[in-house]
Design a protein. Structure first.
Length: 83
């Protein structure tokens, strides 16, 4: 099985050891679970971003917003406002 050596500060390692003792889980299992959770969260965020982009690129959405009279553009500036 492939492996990865990870360096921790003394404080991080002490906290990891304490967590392992508190939960009764091996340190490797805690690190593996944290890594899997991070990968899963990243994947979900990436998928959500793709859905968001696809949705807001849809010309039908722009037409629907326009037809509803929603103006989501910047507020008009008066002549006296600074840029």
């Amino acid at each position: 099985m492939p492996a990865l050596n990870v360096d921790f500060s003394e404080e991080e390692l002490a906290e990891l050891r304490a967590l392992a003792q508190d939960t009764g889980e091996p340190m490797k299992a805690i690190v593996r679970k944290a890594t899997a959770d991070t990968i899963s969260r990243h994947r979900a965020l990436r998928e959500a971003a793709e859905i968001f982009q696809r949705t807001f690129r849809d010309p039908a959405l722009a037409d629907a917003i326009s037809a509803a009279g929603i103006d989501d553009g910047p507020a008009p500036r008066s002549a006296g406002q600074a840029a």
